[in-house]
Design a protein around this ligand. Structure first.
Ligand code: B12
Ligand code: SF4
Length: 458
């Protein structure tokens, strides 16, 4: 495969990293999350986050004096801001669905302490709602979409004292110019993920304190072939790590950090079946268990047996609804029969079924709610992730919510999102159904009850 310029540049970084700490400071600050975590995925809110690990590793290999500060593990706010401000250079933050208020507090304080610092944000949220975030946070730059290649180029620009006007040629940026944002154009996605460096997790303060990470999220691919109405795809095209590269990554991480369990964060683990088998071959070599998320329609008994024998403990299926009309309206491209088939076969293969369900998708009716309850009662599934429909920025549902006047001020909406508990019956509902809100809450409460009972047996 011919490599793009970005892929070639990133690949060259492993072979010829710049001298360590030979360039200015790059401090990445991780925000806290107020969420109630999804059961069995609690660790994801404390452990290294792959997207962040990847961009900081790129900065480190590029010679920047790189440091992570992690508010999630109780590092003290003022000390973190002072440290970042004193170090100068670039202060960066990822943006998550619930992070706007923390991003604002941190970045404002750092700029107040040292106006010379260059501030930078990246991640799914700013990519899905760039203008309000960039202006609301008053940051200098945002990287939209995939981060690594744009960061490498931006860091070169910044080291040489580059000004925002001069960055116009760097694809993938939002550059704040007073009260306006200039966008430099979409950056093509990396198609060969083997060019990425293996993330250096020792940059995390938690890992410096305790090398051992029992459970970790990791991807083997990016993107998804689905186009569901409620989902934002930060990277749209499917791209893959080769099995050999994945092997090298797992082997390095297991050896360094004694990892016992991986949550494979691919959006659709079964997007390419031949490769799924190869990834299983890699995973079975290690004394670990693992879980993954996927769609239902490509599930086959022999694949499930293969996954089971290579350590797969549970599969999180994007079920969402058990009503064909609701699924079709959400553009889920799934048949109810396919859900039933996948679930039945997975149970037979000895793998636990975790179901992701959404209460309140457009078209939700008394009948569709009943179907959801019956499905959960009839099958050996754990409805682990039950969410009220939430219009996430960058989705068709979000546009519908704006058009109907449910969301009027995007910034205020980001604050509201940050205060949502999620995984809680009393969570906020933006009701896009013809049912009363009370009915959605009752259905949610029943599903939660089933979940609690089933979790006892996990
Ligand atoms: C793992 C995961 C989680 C984990 C861990 C979250 C976390 N903080 O990492 C858990 C389970 C906790 C979680 C929870 C939620 N998640 Co989530 N999650 C993911 C998932 C599946 C994988 C993330 C990942 O590892 N990606 C792989 C890496 C390589 O990509 P990346 O993270 O985007 O990082 C790249 C760029 O964004 C960028 N980048 C990232 N950070 C930074 C920082 C800087 C400074 C720079 C320059 C660049 C940069 O560079 C990276 C490398 O290219 C994504 C979907 C996906 N595959 O991306 C959804 C996703 C991010 N989650 C999403 C949502 C909605 C949620 C929840 C709100 C779900 C819910 N209703 O409860 C909660 C909110 C949690 C929160 N704190 O925000 C949405 C975000 C939508 C949006 N518009 O912002 C996504 C995109 C899923 C979707 N398709 O809708 N999630
Ligand atoms: S919800 Fe799942 S299947 Fe649908 S687009 Fe998002 S990641 Fe793909």
């Amino acid at each position: 495969m011919n490599r793009s310029l970005d892929e070639t540049r990133l690949d060259a970084l492993h072979c010829a990293p710049r001298k360590e700490n030979s360039r200015p400071a790059f401090t990445l600050i991780l925000p806290t999350s107020p969420q109630v975590p999804t059961p069995n995925r609690e660790f994801l809110l404390q452990t290294p986050i792959e997207g962040v690990s990847s961009v900081v590793t790129v900065a480190r290999l590029a010679g920047w004096n790189t440091k992570i500060r992690d508010l999630r593990i109780g590092e003290e706010f003022e000390e973190v801001c002072r440290d970042a401000a004193e170090r100068g250079g670039v202060v960066a933050m990822p943006t998550f669905v619930d992070s706007y208020p923390v991003n604002l507090r941190v970045l404002s304080r750092v700029k107040e302490l040292n106006p010379e610092v260059t501030t930078l944000i990246g991640g799914a949220l700013v990519s899905s709602l760039p203008d309000p975030l960039i202006l609301g946070l008053r940051v200098d730059y945002a990287i939209l979409g995939e981060g690594e290649a744009a960061l490498l180029e931006l860091l070169d620009h910044l080291e040489n004292g580059g000004k925002p006007q001069g960055a116009a040629k760097i694809l993938g940026l939002g550059i704040r110019d007073g009260e306006q944002v200039r966008y430099t154009g979409e950056r093509p996605q990396l198609m060969d993920l083997d060019v990425l460096p293996i993330p250096d997790l020792s940059l995390y303060p938690s890992v410096r304190k305790d090398r051992i990470i029992a459970e970790l999220g990791l991807t083997t691919s990016r993107g998804c072939y689905g186009r569901c109405s409620f989902c934002f795809l930060n990277m749209k095209k499917l791209s893959y790590k080769s099995p050999a590269r994945f092997d090298q990554e797992v082997s390095t991480l297991v050896k360094k950090h004694e990892i016992r369990y991986f949550y494979i964060n691919d959006l659709t683990f079964t997007s390419n079946l031949a490769r799924t088998y190869q990834i299983c071959d890699v995973l079975r070599k290690f004394e670990i268990t693992w879980s993954c998320s996927t769609r239902v329609e490509r599930i086959q008994p022999e694949l499930l047996r293969y996954m089971h024998d290579s350590g797969c403990r549970d599969i999180w299926y994007g079920v969402e609804s058990l009503d064909q009309t609701v699924l079709d309206l959400a553009n889920k491209m799934t048949r109810v029969q396919e859900i039933e088939h996948a679930v039945g076969e997975t149970v037979k293969a000895g793998i636990k079924v975790m179901a992701n369900l959404i209460v309140g998708l457009p078209g939700e009716s008394e009948e569709s709610l009943q179907k959801m309850m019956e499905f959960c009662k009839r099958n050996e599934v754990i409805p682990t992730s039950i969410k009220y429909l939430t219009p996430f920025p960058g989705t068709r549902i979000y546009d519908m919510a704006v058009a109907r006047g449910y969301i009027q001020d995007p910034l205020q909406y980001l604050v509201d999102l940050a205060h949502r508990k999620v995984n809680d019956v009393n969570d906020t509902i933006i009701n896009m159904t013809d049912l009363p809100e009370k009915r959605l809450r009752e259905a949610y409460a029943t599903l939660m009850q089933i979940r609690e009972e089933r979790l006892q047996t996990f």
